[in-house]
Design a protein around this ligand. Structure first.
Ligand code: MN
Length: 284
């Protein structure tokens, strides 16, 4: 690539690309592994409106041309970025192809050099527009975040520390953060996807029970003998004393709720059996 003039490459890659999803499919065993590019965006989005175009897009442009190995996929990705930039196409399709370039091994240094080089031939403003998108794609801070850190950015309350004290009564990892430790005591409880607490009962002779206020992600509350209730931020559940129940995350989502213990006489919590995988597995 370094020896090939990008400006020449621009000229032969004239096919304008719209926002196309490229998927790599592993073929063969490890020794002979090649990544075949499979494209379905044409048929997904234009299959019934423009079937021939969809066919050319999925089967010819991507099915054949993108799978041609005479030039490496990484080079092909750079050519595509350069072609779009040169035309001034700096919309979501360019963002997509920058991401594709990164996923195919183009480093920050290489894309910066490619855009800088192209700027002389294609125009300064186009480089500015492209750099703005490339910066987002190669922004290490954003991609280095863990799932927990990404989720933490979506909620107002802290996630806190691993909930080790109660871990024996939970399946999966939960976290606990005190929100208020005086007057009305309140904790933010966060569940990783698939995490839930065991069936349990908040006992009280009078008063008592527990309030849950969902503050992030998606989860469930279920009383014994009743259907599970989905919980999303803003939902409030009033759990009466002496009712067997569980609460936790949805299978595919983090979940947080504030937990408020309601004052009562002779309050205690009795922990019971786990919510088994079969009943939990039915949840969406
Ligand atoms: Mn409870």
């Amino acid at each position: 690539m370094k020896r090939v003039s990008l400006s020449i490459l621009i000229m032969f890659f004239v096919m304008q690309s719209s926002c196309l999803a490229i998927q790599s499919e592993n073929k063969g065993d490890k020794k002979t592994m090649t990544n075949k590019i499979v494209q379905t965006a044409g048929r997904d989005r234009l299959g019934s409106f423009a079937p021939e175009f969809a066919h050319y897009n999925d089967d010819v442009l991507f099915g054949e041309n993108w799978n041609n190995t005479d030039i490496a996929i990484k080079t092909r990705c750079i050519i595509t970025v350069v072609a779009l930039m040169s035309q001034g196409i700096t919309d979501s399709s360019l963002k997509h192809h920058l991401l594709n370039a990164k996923n195919n091994g183009v480093t920050k240094e290489e894309i910066v050099a490619a855009i800088t080089h192209t700027a002389f031939y294609a125009g300064w403003p186009k480089a500015w527009a492209t750099f703005n998108l490339a910066k987002e794609v190669w922004n290490d801070n954003a991609s280095a975040l863990t799932d927990k850190e990404k989720y933490a950015k979506t909620i107002l309350f802290p996630i806190g520390e691993p909930n080790t004290a109660y871990a024996q009564y939970f399946i999966g990892q939960s976290y606990l953060a005190p929100v208020s430790t005086s007057q009305v005591k309140m904790f933010n409880v966060t569940f990783e996807p698939e995490c839930r607490n065991n069936w349990h009962i908040h006992h009280a002779k009078s008063g008592g029970g527990q309030m849950l206020i969902a503050v992030g992600g998606r989860g469930y509350y279920q009383e014994w003998g009743k259907e599970p209730v989905e919980m999303k931020p803003g939902d409030v559940i009033n759990i009466p004393a002496n009712v067997k129940h569980w609460h936790g995350a949805a299978p595919d989502s983090w979940f947080s709720h504030l937990a408020i213990e309601v004052d009562g006489k002779d309050v205690s919590t009795e922990w019971l059996e786990q919510v088994n995988d079969e009943e939990y597995g039915k949840l969406k």
